[in-house]
Ligand binder design. Structure first.
Ligand code: A3P
Length: 314
C-alpha cells in the first residue's frame, strides 16, 4: 500500500489509488482484506453505492423488507430494530468489518443467519471473486453527481471540521478534485458504469436504482427491491399496508427524529446523525455556481450518457 499513488482527501490520512479507484488510505487495508477473504453465499444480498447516493436509506428499506417475517414493520410493533439501531449498525459495510480486525485476522461472518444482508462501496471489478461467482444479489444505488458532491461536501466538512475536510481550502477545490475523479471510491463515472453495465449484462444479479426514482416512487421501488431479493410482497401484505408501513418507517423524517440516530457512531469515523441531512433532489443549486454545474454536466455527458446513463437535472 505504501508504494501506491497518494492524494489528499476526505480524512487527513488522504487517498490512495488502488485498482484505478481512489480510497481513503485509512480504509484501504479493510478493502483489500475484504476483497481477498470474503466468501459469498448464494443467498447473500449486497447493497452497493458510491458514498452519499442513498446508502443509508436503501439499507433501511432492504433490511425492513428482507426480515419482515421476523421483525414486523407494523406501527404496533415498537420493537423493530430500526427504531433502536442506526441502519449502519444493522447492515454492515464489509470493508469496515474487515478493517476492524487484529492484524492478519478476518471477521467471522458465518454466524449471520441466511439470508445475510451486507453493504460495500467497492467498485464492481474490485469485488471479491466469490461475489462474482456466487448467485448472491447486488443492489446498487446511484444519484445525480451534482447532489452527490454537495452531500459529500457537507459530510466531510462535518467529519473533519477541525481539519477542513481533509485539508480542503474551499468547496471549489473539493469540487475540482471530484470532477477529476479524485475522491473516495472515485472516479464516480467508473463506479457507476461498472454496476450499470453489470446490471444490463446480468440483470438477475445486479439491480440498478437511482435515488431520484426512489424519491419519486418509494413504494413501487421497494416492491422491485423485494421481488429482486426473492421476497415479493403478497397480495395480502399489500392489502394490509405493509409496503406503506416500511416506506414510512424508513423515511428521512422518521429516521432523523429517532434518538438512536442523533447520537453515537456506528462507523467509528462518522457521527450517525451526519447520514441524515436534507434528502432533497436538486439541492445542488444552492451550493454550486452555474459554471461549476456546467463543468460537471459536461463530464456526465461525456462519460455516462454514451452508455445511456442519465439523470433528471432541474
Ligand atoms: P443529503 O446530504 O443530500 O441530504 P448515504 O446514505 O449514501 O451516505 O447518503 C446520504 C444522503 O442520503 C444524504 O443526502 C441524506 O440526507 C440522504 N438520506 C439519508 N437517509 C435518507 C432517507 N431515509 N430518505 C431519503 N434520503 C435519505
Amino acid at each position: 500500500i505504501s508504494s501506491l499513488p497518494k492524494r489528499k482527501g476526505w480524512h487527513s490520512s488522504g487517498l490512495t489509488l488502488y485498482q484505478n479507484f481512489w480510497y481513503s488510505s485509512k480504509f484501504l487495508p479493510g478493502v483489500i482484506s475484504f476483497q481477498r477473504h470474503f466468501l459469498a453465499r448464494d443467498s447473500d444480498v449486497l447493497i452497493v453505492s458510491k458514498p452519499k447516493s442513498g446508502t443509508t436509506w436503501l439499507k433501511s428499506l432492504a433490511f425492513s423488507a428482507l426480515y419482515r417475517a421476523q421483525f414486523n414493520p407494523s406501527e404496533a410493533n415498537a420493537n423493530h430494530p430500526l427504531l433502536y439501531s442506526n441502519p449502519h449498525a444493522l447492515v454492515h459495510f464489509l470493508e469496515q468489518k474487515y478493517r476492524g480486525q487484529p492484524a492478519g485476522q478476518v471477521p467471522d461472518l458465518t454466524g449471520f443467519a441466511n439470508p445475510r444482508l451486507f453493504a460495500t462501496h467497492v467498485p464492481y471489478d474490485s469485488l471479491p471473486e466469490s461475489i462474482h461467482r456466487s448467485h448472491c444479489k447486488v443492489i446498487y444505488i446511484c444519484r445525480n453527481p451534482l447532489d452527490v458532491v454537495v452531500s459529500l461536501w457537507h459530510f466531510v466538512a462535518q467529519v473533519d471540521a477541525g481539519d477542513r475536510a481533509g485539508g480542503w481550502s474551499s468547496m471549489e477545490e473539493f469540487f475540482d478534485n471530484f470532477c477529476q475523479g479524485i475522491d473516495g471510491y472515485g472516479p464516480f463515472w467508473d463506479h457507476m458504469l461498472g454496476y450499470w453495465k453489470a446490471s444490463q449484462e446480468r440483470p438477475e444479479k445486479v439491480l440498478f436504482l437511482k435515488y431520484e426514482d426512489l424519491k419519486e416512487d418509494t413504494a413501487g421501488n421497494l416492491k422491485r427491491i423485494s421481488e429482486f431479493m426473492g421476497v415479493p410482497f403478497s397480495e395480502e401484505e399489500e392489502r394490509n399496508g405493509v409496503v406503506e408501513e416500511i416506506v414510512k418507517m424508513c423515511s428521512l423524517s422518521s429516521l432523523k427524529e429517532l434518538e438512536v440516530n442523533k447520537t453515537g457512531r456506528s462507523i467509528s469515523s462518522f457521527e450517525d446523525k451526519s447520514y441524515f441531512r436534507k434528502g432533497e433532489v436538486g439541492d445542488w443549486v444552492n451550493y454550486i455556481s452555474p459554471s461549476m454545474a456546467e463543468r460537471l454536466k459536461n463530464i456526465m455527458e461525456e462519460t455516462l450518457s454514451p452508455f445511456g446513463l442519465t439523470f433528471r437535472i432541474n
